[in-house]
Design a protein around this ligand. Structure first.
Ligand code: FES
Ligand SMILES: [Fe+2]
Length: 407
C-alpha cells in the first residue's frame, strides 16, 4: 500500500553519518541540567479539553521541578497556572486530576483562589496588613489548544505557536475529529523506567525493530509501516492493515472489528498513525480512538512514561470492541518497547559500546539527535568534558559567553 501523504516530508539522504549521540550524553548530570532547559522551553501536551468537562475540573502536570495545573473556569474557559500558592508555594491542587467546587483552597493555610486563578482571599487577612489581591493570583503559564489537545510551555523557546508547528497535521486531526474526542475515564497512566529519556525516544523513533520485537504489530501493519520526517522537528509514521487476516487472536479479531469513521482521507484509512513532536511526544490514532504519550525526564537515569487515552463520542459496540483490542495490542507493544529501552540504555554503560551504526530505517533517530545537537551543541563532543565545564562549554559552542551564576 503506497499512499500519497498530503504534507511535505524530508527524504532520507543517500549518505549520512550513521552514528548516534555519544554514550556520555545518556549519563551526565550536567547535560541533564541543560536538557531541563530544553523541555521547559518546548511545548508539552498535558491533556485534552474533554479531561476537564466541567467548571472547576483540573489536570496537574509536573515536569522537572515545575508544576502546572490546567483548570476550567466558571466561564467555561480552560486556563493554565503554576500549581504554586502565592503565600508559601504549596501545591494548590494535589494529585493528577480532580475537581474543585467553586474555588481552589490551598491545603496549607487556606488561601482561596477563584477558578480563573485570581485570589479570592487569604485566611485571616487581617494578619497580613495591607494585601493587594491583584498581586497574588496564581501565575499563568503559556497555553494553546490544538484540536482539543492542551499544550503548555513554561518558558518562551525556539518553537512557533502549536498551530503553526503542527499545521501540516491539522487536516488529519480534523479528519479524526480530534476536537470531539472524549477522555477514556480518568484517562491518564504512568510508568517509571530506570533509563535516560533519550533511550525511550531512540526506540520509539524508528520502525526497524517492529519486525522482530513487536510480533503483533508486525502482523497487523508491519509490511506497510514507514516513518517520515517533516520540517520543524515533527514526524509522521503510519502502518496500514487489512490486507491479511492475522494469526494472533487479538490481531485477527481487531482487523475484523475495526471500521474507519466516515470521511477519512486515503492515507488514514485502515491505518494506525503516529504524529511525533520534538523533544519527546507522540499522538497515536487508530480508527477507533487516540492517545498521546510522552517522556518526562526525572533524572539522567530515570524517566516517567505517561499518556492519556481518548475515544469517539457515541461509540458503537463494534468500535468499543475494536478499541479494546487495539489497546491490548498496544499494551503488549509497550511492554516490548520498555524492555528494548532498558537494554539500549544499559549498553551505554559498557566500556565496549562504540555507539550506534544506524540503518536508513532508523533515520528518525538520527534526525532527533541532530535537533538535540543543534540546540545543545556540547552533545556533539565524542568524549565528555569534565562535568563542571559542560554548561560553559555548551554556551561557548552556542556562541554565548558562560551562563551567569544564578546562585
Ligand atoms: S501556602 Fe498556600 S495558604 Fe499558605
Ligand atoms: Fe517499538
Amino acid at each position: 500500500m503506497n499512499v500519497q501523504l498530503p504534507f511535505p516530508t524530508i527524504p532520507t539522504p543517500k549518505t549520512w553519518d550513521r552514528g548516534g549521540l555519544p554514550a556520555w550524553t545518556y549519563r551526565s548530570e550536567a547535560l541533564f541540567a541543560l536538557e531541563r532547559g530544553l523541555f521547559l522551553t518546548h511545548w508539552q501536551v498535558v491533556g485534552h479539553e474533554s479531561d476537564l468537562p466541567g467548571q472547576g475540573d483540573w489536570l496537574a502536570f509536573d515536569i522537572l521541578d515545575e508544576r502546572a495545573v490546567v483548570m476550567r473556569g466558571q466561564d467555561g474557559q480552560v486556563r493554565a497556572f503554576h500549581n504554586l500558592c502565592r503565600h508559601r508555594g504549596a501545591r494548590v491542587v494535589d494529585g493528577v486530576q480532580g475537581s474543585c467546587r467553586g474555588a481552589v483552597v490551598c491545603p496549607f493555610h487556606g488561601w482561596v483562589y477563584n477558578l480563573d486563578g485570581t485570589l479570592r482571599g487569604a485566611a485571616r487577612p487581617e494578619s497580613f496588613g495591607p494585601l493587594n489581591r491583584e498581586d497574588f493570583g496564581l501565575k499563568p503559564i503559556e497555553m494553546e489548544i490544538f484540536h482539543g489537545f492542551i499544550f503548555l510551555r513554561f518558558h518562551p523557546g525556539p518553537q512557533p505557536a502549536v498551530a503553526v508547528l503542527l499545521a501540516p497535521f491539522a487536516d488529519d486531526f480534523a479528519a479524526y475529529r480530534a476536537r470531539t474526542l472524549l477522555a477514556v475515564g480518568e484517562s491518564g497512566w504512568l510508568t517509571d523506567l530506570p533509563v535516560n529519556w533519550k533511550s525511550v525516544r531512540d526506540v520509539d523513533n524508528e520502525g526497524y525493530h517492529v519486525a522482530l520485537a513487536h510480533p503483533s504489530l508486525q502482523e497487523l501493519y508491519g509490511r506497510d509501516y514507514a516513518d517520515h520526517q517533516l520540517a520543524g522537528g515533527i514526524n509522521f509514521s503510519r502502518g496500514g492493515f487489512g490486507d491479511k487476516p492475522g494469526r494472533r487472536w487479538s490481531v485477527r479479531e481487531y482487523i475484523k472489528a475495526s471500521q474507519d469513521p466516515p470521511g477519512l482521507p486515503p492515507h488514514l484509512q485502515k491505518s494506525w498513525t503516529y504524529y511525533g513532536l520534538f523533544p519527546a511526544m507522540v499522538f497515536a490514532f487508530t480508527p477507533e480512538g487516540a492517545q498521546f504519550y510522552h517522556e518526562i525526564p526525572l533524572a539522567p537515569g530515570q524517566t516517567r512514561l505517561t499518556g492519556r487515552q481518548y475515544r469517539h463520542p457515541h461509540e458503537t459496540r463494534r468500535q468499543r470492541l475494536a478499541r479494546y483490542l487495539a489497546m491490548r495490542i498496544d499494551r503488549d507493544t509497550s511492554a516490548e518497547d520498555q524492555q528494548l529501552t532498558i537494554w539500549s540504555n544499559e549498553s551505554m554503560k559498557s566500556q565496549a559500546f562504540e555507539g550506534f551504526h544506524l540503518s536508513d530505517l532508523e533515520y528518525g533517530l538520527r534526525a532527533h539527535h541532530d535537533r538535540l545537537r543543534a540546540l545543545i551543541p556540547v552533545m556533539t563532543l565524542p568524549t565528555p568534558p569534565p562535568e563542571a565545564d559542560i554548561a560553559a562549554r555548551n554556551a561557548e559552542m552556542l556562541g554565548r559567553g558562560p551562563e551567569p551564576d544564578k546562585t
